[in-house]
Design a protein around this ligand. Sequence first.
Ligand code: DGL
Length: 268
Amino acid sequence: MSQASQPIGLFDSGIGGLSVAYAILRQLPSESILYFGDTARIPYGAKPADTIRQYSEDITRFLLAGGSKLIVVACNTASAAALNHLRHLWPDVPIVGMEPAVKPGALATRTGKVGVLATAGTFKSQRYASLMHRFAKDVELLENPCIGLVELIEAGKLNEPETEQLLRQAIGPMQSAGADTFVLGCTHYPFVQGLIEKIAGPGAAIINPAPAVARQVERLLRERGLLNEGTQPRHRFCISGKDEGGHFRKVAAALLGFEPELEENVLA
Ligand code: DGL
């Protein structure tokens, strides 16, 4: 198999990174995906950074053993905790990370107030502090860790009253404080973007960084001569837990437009 026809490896704590896989497949429909969702150990958001670093290292090893030509850390929390570490361990592998879109948020706001929805782990990180320092000097960031939202999304509750209530509690105070722009700083949150749009109202800007990450993946693959041309794509989806209730399959199929074959209890 030529290196170009090998998959793009992505990982997240669970289903969230599929929002990034979706953007990549839209941008690069000929590419194959090797996806790993660490559903046995989700959520990552409240765990110590060194624990997440170790998980990320083990998962990256797995993705590379599966032939990945490029790694996407499709999780803001894991990127904040482990991106530098992974790049240090594998200096020759292109590794793309996620970060809350603070810069685009600061450029988009007209009120000077940007709501950031991300996990506690992301907010506590050095990476986030550096984003604030570099791009948010002239705007106010209003933060909310949306505790419990990741679990609701994993349970397939994308449009339930309890999900809407949690989001209203997070977004309402930001709106009252004048926020007109909302940054989706966790890869799970695009799954409830419809609800967020409904709550935030038609004048608000909602920023999902996944399409920009997909363009970055394309740039890197092109630069290194690794874009797949011709070979039929073959995807693999793995999770470390069991797909209780079939939510992973259901949500993935609705998003991707095909029923993924799922390998369960991987790396468990
Ligand atoms: N999807 C992840 C992120 O982007 C984290 C979710 C979790 O807490 O596990 O931050």
